[in-house]
Design a protein around this ligand. Structure first.
Ligand code: CP
Length: 383
């Protein structure tokens, strides 16, 4: 543990560019650990690839093709922290690209109980598997594991499925993919109307990623922003899009970290801080709700916070913009009224499904089978 602490201290002192360089190969993510690894080109390539996998996965021939791609590789899902969506969507993503997987979800079943260092457990994984997908309660641990892998004779990629309060980059990728889809649909429909083209379909989806749909949009993050890793990671990605405005709405005790605000201002992205959701909801084009992360309480300190004021309710629906996109990384508690599920603005179930396609796209990109997918898609599915 002392070795890990020393490494984490060193990581904190290393600038982001060097950290990203250690995680990338050939200018693209080899390990996927930090949201800062994903520039605009990479994000949009992954979104296009997710669209293609989605289209191919909708038909038997395409599904069978996808399953051949990585049937010679194996994945380890090392999830030492509870998860429903991230675990299951990665499991489904592995199945989509034909990759067999195994999992460790309980430390009590590992030889760590006999005194083995967790680092050694991870070193062992690289002897049996070709990819580690991990969720861990410690901030920085996924990055630490990726650097360990870089030193191994057999280096395998590491994907961060959530690291403490710090980062959840694959959630951020599926979130931005969802926002792209939400923001481009009305635009594509309008274009189809003016040009007489057919309803948005394969031929038009390419347009989804040729423009910046975030310019002029206001995106609100609501809730426990101090301890929510999904908000941190998505903010890094949104800072790639000039013209977006970010609104951080939370109890003052749970506001977003100063490091993130520094990053936002450093990238010339407009932002505001508020503790009044009711008065601000009407100006939002997207609202990203989050639950209270009270598992991080040290001494029940969040019990005294009135979190109801940071809930989205049916009573607010009259103020919603018609094309508002309501997102939530889930799980939800009472901060997102279940009666909102029936509204067209509720995008969180689509967001869950988008995660499966996006994670399949990320795995395909890491193993460089993205070109084969593009070729197959264009040969069989674009017309
Ligand atoms: N959004 C998310 O990370 O959900 P899980 O914790 O269920 O994986």
């Amino acid at each position: 543990m002392r070795t890990m602490d020393a490494r984490l201290e060193r990581l904190a002192e290393t600038d982001t560019a060097h950290r990203v360089a250690a995680l990338n190969r050939n200018d693209k993510p080899f390990h996927a650990v930090l949201a800062q690894q994903f520039d605009r080109t990479t994000i949009e390539q992954l979104c296009r690839l997710a669209d293609m996998i989605r289209a191919l996965g909708g038909a038997r021939q395409g599904t069978q093709f996808l399953r051949t791609l990585l049937s010679h590789r194996r994945a380890m899902l090392y999830f030492i922290q509870p998860s429903t969506r991230t675990f299951l969507s990665f499991a489904a993503a592995c199945q989509i690209v034909g990759m067999p997987y195994n999992s460790v979800r309980e430390r009590s079943t590992s030889s760590e109980v006999k005194g083995e260092a967790e680092e050694d457990t991870i070193r062992v994984l690289s002897q049996y598997f070709d990819l580690i997908i991990m969720r861990h309660p410690a901030e920085g641990f996924a990055e630490h594991v990726a650097l360990i892998q870089n030193e191994m004779p057999r280096t395998i990629p590491v994907i961060n499925g959530g690291s403490g309060k710090d980062q959840h980059p694959t959630q951020a990728l599926l979130d931005i993919y969802t926002l792209f889809r939400c923001f481009s649909e009305p635009r594509l429909e309008a274009r189809a109307e003016t040009t007489g083209a057919e309803a948005p379909h394969q031929r038009n989806v390419a347009a989804r990623y040729t423009e910046n749909p975030f310019a002029g949009k206001t995106i609100a993050f609501v809730g426990d922003l101090m301890r929510g890793r999904t908000v941190r990671s998505l903010t890094y990605l949104l800072c790639r899009y000039p013209g977006v405005k970010l609104l951080f709405v939370s109890p003052p005790e749970l506001q977003i970290g100063g490091d993130i605000l520094e990053y936002v201002s450093g990238n010339n992205i407009a932002f505001e801080i508020s503790d009044d959701l009711v008065s601000r909801i009407g100006e939002c084009d997207a609202v990203y709700m989050t639950r209270l992360q009270d598992e991080h309480d040290v001494d029940g300190e969040s019990k005294s916070i009135d979190y109801y004021r940071f809930s989205l309710t049916c009573e607010m629906a009259g103020s919603f913009k018609p094309n508002l996109a309501i997102l939530h990384p889930l799980p939800r508690r009472k901060e997102l009224d279940q009666r909102l599920d029936a509204l067209p603005q509720a995008k969180y179930w689509a967001q869950v499904r988008n995660g499966m396609w996006m994670r399949a796209a990320l795995i395909a990109s890491i193993f460089s089978v993205d070109v084969a997918i593009r070729d197959h898609y264009h040969a069989y599915y674009s017309f």
